[in-house]
Design a protein around this ligand. Structure first.
Ligand code: MIG
Length: 632
């Protein structure tokens, strides 16, 4: 059962798209404080607390403090309160499980048994709509929530292939080298991301005249080889006469304004820029339509960056101010404005919607510009973003802790609707190691977005640059052989409003509550990755009898009993498990997704039937009519 209670008149976020009955406050007590409304509820000693999407720490969020305020800060320490997205849905899993979604577009602080309080405290700075969901289990509560926030974005099949990216690729030679490197190593590749250097001086919707004047022909040649180019688009539009996007935006009032009502200026990569007024529907339509400048050249996928929005300095604060104290950014967020329905709205008050509305802008227009499904993922997000695109989890570091973190983030993001996601494989900042990258690939092999990305001036981390490239090949080959299952499960989850990654506790309950380093992937699979340096073995908890599958170039299956077991996982192998009575279709693989035959599969596991979603990989209409039953 879902009820909503409105406190004040919150800005409509459009996170919830299904009508919900009005109710009255239960579960929480409410206290008005000088910092906002404080909602509190007691936590029993054994209650687990789930949700909160893109946050640090484990799957059970208990013991932590989390602040929903979208932030670009690459120091992802364990106690980091805010990352790039805000997903205010939280689930208390106790004797009477319930969920609460605090729908408010600015700062919310969650303290979860933080001060030995035995309480969940949620402080909402501003007006809020609270959605309360009662259910039989944490999973049931979550599925009810997924029903009211609408259907997830479904990218094309090629977006489930392996992608290479790096901040620092500049010329065609760089991109050609990537294709050649992967070809030579016989490692599959489906797309290459183009980071900011493809543009003319970081100006959105322009091309570097020296290197990419003929992007159309170049994109065609790449596609002929089965590789798509996926350019980045940043939020800030460079202030420069002659920049069409800038001129149109100013002329039509499509930019955020400062205290004087003039377009607000802030420095990002291109130098001084204006920020598109994404909460304004007309501005969204205009900015989204600008993507035609690239779709006309044959581009079918994009990533949206810097849309918290990130600011280096502004017309109000210098870079020295920014370096000194984060407070300056916050005060800048209070000094520029959106214009919605003729009303002026302080950016700070709707801050967490900016990346969401940018994704929406792009998605709604790409849908009009293209006759096929497209790839779109964003850095910043809010609940509702999942209807328009995916996200990547931002600027992680090449360290084992951040490999582990994505395992925790996957189910938490899925609880908040976000299905198309993945992390910078190998780590963004810092220098990766061969071992870390391979283990990271073995985790990303299960995530919808599987992209190797790294920061400028770090060690090069394309797989073919390492010794014994065969070991990398085997892991990525696995991904392509696993695609018939992964793709089918993804689309079914989107259509059925389900999670792709579930904590074990969501299915097996109490006995699996302590397990956070194994995940259920779709309906049949349990993944059990190696997350530690130097380890080639690990302990696996089996909540029931399962089929253990080892991939070493081919698949080997064995039935293993409920309980605890030690498995060995050499660097070039993948070990996963299939739940009792379930099946997993695996294919023959290929050098890219166009070579994959999703219908030519072998069924692994001891089940009798598998429901496979099957289509051409790009058709816009995905429906459950395209599910066929495979029998063993
Ligand atoms: O200030 O475009 O998270 O993936 O490579 C850094 C350069 C801007 C941040 C993104 C990262 C990207 C980088 N961007």
């Amino acid at each position: 059962m879902i009820q909503k209670i409105t406190f004040g008149s919150p800005f409509p976020t459009e996170a919830v798209v299904v009508p919900v009955e009005e109710g009255s406050l239960s579960r929480f007590t409410l206290r008005e404080t000088e910092h906002g409304r404080l909602f509190s509820c007691p936590l029993a000693k054994t209650d687990a607390v789930y949700g909160l999407g893109e946050t640090m720490r484990g799957i059970n969020k208990r013991g932590g403090r989390y602040v929903s305020f979208n932030t670009d800060d690459m120091r992802h320490r364990a106690d980091m309160p805010s990352l790039y997205g805000s997903h205010n849905f939280i689930i208390v899993d106790g004797t009477e499980p319930f969920g609460a979604f605090f729908d408010t577009p600015t700062c919310v602080t969650f303290e979860i048994d933080y001060r030995k309080s035995g309480k969940l405290d949620v402080l909402c700075e501003q007006d809020v709509t609270l959605y309360l969901i009662d259910g039989e289990s944490a999973y049931d509560v979550t599925r009810q929530f997924l029903q009211i926030i609408g259907q997830s974005f479904i990218p094309p099949l090629w977006a489930f292939g392996y992608g290479q990216s790096r901040w620092g690729y500049k010329t065609k030679k760089d991109y050609d080298g990537v294709v050649a490197g992967y070809r030579k190593a016989q490692i599959p590749l489906d797309y290459i991301c183009m980071d900011i250097d493809y543009m003319d001086r970081y100006i959105d919707f322009t091309l570097n005249p020296k290197h990419f004047a003929d992007l159309k022909e170049y994109a065609r040649q790449m596609k002929e080889q089965g590789v798509r180019l996926v350019p980045i688009i940043d939020a800030g539009v460079k202030i420069e006469p002659g920049n069409e996007t800038y001129e149109e935006g100013v002329k039509n009032g499509y930019f955020c304004v400062n205290e004087d009502g003039n377009p607000f200026s802030a420095a990002v990569w291109p130098g001084m820029t204006h920020f598109p007024d994404f909460p304004q529907p007309k501005a969204r339509e205009w900015f989204g339509n600008e993507y035609h400048k690239l779709t006309e050249l044959g581009i079918e996928g994009f990533w949206n960056d810097m849309n918290e929005p990130a600011i280096f300095h502004s017309e109000y604060s210098s870079s020295a101010d920014y370096a000194k104290d984060k407070k300056f950014r916050e005060s800048d967020y209070k000094r520029f404005f959106h214009t919605v329905d003729g009303k002026r709205i302080r950016h700070y008050d709707v801050h967490n919607l900016y990346g969401y509305m940018m994704t929406r802008a792009a998605s709604e227009q790409l849908d009009k510009l293209l006759d096929k499904r497209f790839l779109l993922f964003s850095r910043s997000s809010y609940v509702g973003s999942h209807r328009y695109g995916g996200i990547w989890t931002g600027d992680n570091r090449s360290c084992w802790a951040h490999l582990r973190q994505i395992v925790y983030q996957l189910p938490s993001l899925n609880m908040c609707g976000i299905l198309y996601t993945g992390s910078d494989t190998g780590g963004f900042s810092g220098n990766t190691t061969r071992e870390l990258l391979i283990r990271w690939l073995a985790v990303s092999a299960f995530t919808p977005l599987m992209r190797n990305h790294s920061m400028i001036a770090t060690r090069r981390q394309e797989c073919y640059r390492f010794s014994d490239v065969q070991e990398f090949k085997q892991i990525i080959d696995f991904r392509y052989r696993f695609l018939p299952y992964l793709y089918s499960e993804y689309v079914k989850c989107a259509l059925r409003r389900d999670m792709l990654f579930k904590p074990l506790a969501f299915v097996y309950g109490e006995k699996a509550k302590h397990i956070e380093d194994q995940l259920l992937v779709g309906d049949s699979v349990m993944m059990t990755p190696i997350l530690e340096k130097g380890k080639t073995t690990r302990t696996v908890f089996l909540p029931e009898e399962m089929t253990m599958v080892r991939y070493d170039g081919s698949f080997h299956c064995a039935t293993v009993p409920e309980g605890t077991m030690e498995i060995s996982v050499p660097l070039d192998e993948i070990v996963f498990f299939i739940r009792k009575g379930k099946l997993v279709p695996v294919g023959k693989g290929g050098n890219n997704t166009s070579e994959i035959d999703l219908s030519d599969v072998t069924l692994l596991g001891d089940g009798t039937e598998y429901e496979q979603y099957l289509d051409d990989g790009f058709t816009k209409q995905c429906t459950l009519d395209d599910v066929r039953v495979l029998k063993k």
